[in-house]
Structures are given as structure tokens and as C-alpha cells.
Design a protein around this ligand. Structure first.
Ligand SMILES: CC(C)(COP(=O)(O)OP(=O)(O)OC[C@H]1O[C@@H](n2cnc3c(N)ncnc32)[C@H](O)[C@@H]1OP(=O)(O)O)[C@@H](O)C(=O)NCCC(=O)NCCS
Length: 176
């Protein structure tokens, strides 16, 4: 049985393991997105702030996401940062769970709406157009792409957040 819960500090390694599994899949396809393993400092502050979530299948971690009220100041304008929005990052899945990532995005939308947010936002790898196509298929709008020499990310997306339970969420027990 699968379920989602807030990540705790003791989940850090499992969180990084899922990210690494997703990255290894990408690297095997020649997509040079993300480092083989993220440094703990890239995730731990969000875990400690209560912004990180993981999906579990029994004792196995199978998906990760961070859902934060804090947008990246490199990408979103001061005006946009005052919008009622939540920001997804570090979303990843292990293989073998069809549509799990989409269900996690739906869960993030619902959580955002329940917290009073109106928009779900994210920034994606700038040169990864297959990934950007994926977000368009998930109902996101491309806001713009910000090019910064010190950042690989910067393709900005958003979609309205609704308090609804989708079939994908039910399939993976993400209706809690
Ligand atoms: C993004 C993700 C969570 C989506 O999960 P999902 O909704 O269950 O969907 P799938 O894993 O089946 O992927 C859907 C499609 O997007 C493609 N895709 C997903 N992530 C991709 C990426 N980073 N680069 C290129 N293509 C990607 C998949 O290859 C698949 O393509 P296909 O339909 O032609 O087979 C999952 O694919 C993942 O962990 N990707 C790697 C990590 C990542 O890129 N996270 C997003 C960072 S912004």
C-alpha cells in the first residue's frame, strides 16, 4: 500500500536515494540533468522546515517532492513572489509506478489550495524541452524562461491549484 507523508530528518538518505535513482535514469538516456547525488544541504533545510514530502510503498521510498511557499528570487519577480503561490521542486520517482509523478503534482495542487494558495509553480531545467513538454501536458502554462549563467534551471511554469482528488491520487493513496 502506498501513502504520502512529510519527510523527517531521518528520511534524508532515502529522499536522496530516490532523487539519485531518477537522475540515473536520466543520465542513462544521455540527459545531463541534476548531479548523480544531491548534497544533503540541497534538501535538509526544506525537510527541517516541513516542506518536504515522500511517497512510500511499505518501507520503500518511491517518490519525493518539496512544496514550499518560498519562490526562488533568482527567477520570480518581487511582484510575483507576493502572489498566493506554492513552489514545487525536487519532484522525482523511482521506476515501476506509472503516473506517480503526475499524482504527486495533483497532490501538491490540492495541498496548495487547502493552504489557501491559488497557483502551483515550478522551475525546470532550461534546456530540457522534453521535461518542459511534460509540464505542459500536466496543465502547466509556460510563464517565461530566465537565463542566468550560474543556473541551469529557469524555465518557469504555473497552473491553478484546485482542491480536488484525482484518479491518480486515489490510485496511489495520496488522498490523505
Ligand atoms: C518528472 C517525473 C516526476 C514525472 O513522473 P510521472 O508523472 O510518473 O511520469 P513519467 O515518469 O512516466 O514521465 C512522463 C514522461 O516525461 C518524460 N520525462 C520525465 N522526466 C523527464 C526529464 N527530466 N527529462 C526528459 N524527459 C522526462 C518521461 O521520459 C516520460 O516520457 P514518455 O511519456 O515519452 O515515456 C519523473 O519522470 C521523474 O522522476 N523524472 C526525473 C526527475 C525530474 O526530472 N524531475 C523534475 C524536475 S523539475
Amino acid at each position: 500500500m502506498t501513502s504520502i507523508r512529510r519527510a523527517e530528518s531521518s528520511d534524508l538518505d532515502a529522499f536522496l536515494d530516490v532523487l539519485s535513482a531518477a537522475t540515473a535514469r536520466l543520465h542513462a538516456r544521455g540527459i545531463q540533468q541534476w548531479p548523480p547525488r544531491f548534497a544533503p544541504s540541497k534538501v535538509l533545510p526544506d525537510i527541517e522546515a516541513g516542506h518536504a514530502y515522500m511517497v512510500w510503498d511499505g518501507r520503500d521510498a518511491i517518490a519525493t517532492t518539496i512544496l514550499s511557499p518560498n519562490g526562488d528570487k533568482d527567477f520570480w519577480t518581487p511582484d510575483e513572489l507576493t502572489d498566493s503561490a506554492y513552489y514545487v521542486s525536487k519532484i522525482s520517482t523511482v521506476s515501476g509506478y506509472d503516473g506517480l509523478g503526475s499524482a504527486v503534482l495533483d497532490w501538491c495542487s490540492r495541498k496548495t489550495a487547502q493552504l489557501g494558495g491559488e497557483l502551483l509553480r515550478l522551475d525546470a531545467w532550461r534546456t530540457n524541452f522534453d521535461l518542459q513538454k511534460y509540464y505542459l501536458c500536466q496543465g502547466f502554462r509556460h510563464v517565461r524562461t530566465v537565463e542566468l549563467a550560474h543556473r541551469n534551471s529557469g524555465a518557469l511554469f504555473e497552473r491553478p491549484a484546485h482542491d480536488v482528488t484525482t484518479a491518480g491520487m486515489l490510485k496511489y493513496g495520496l488522498n490523505s
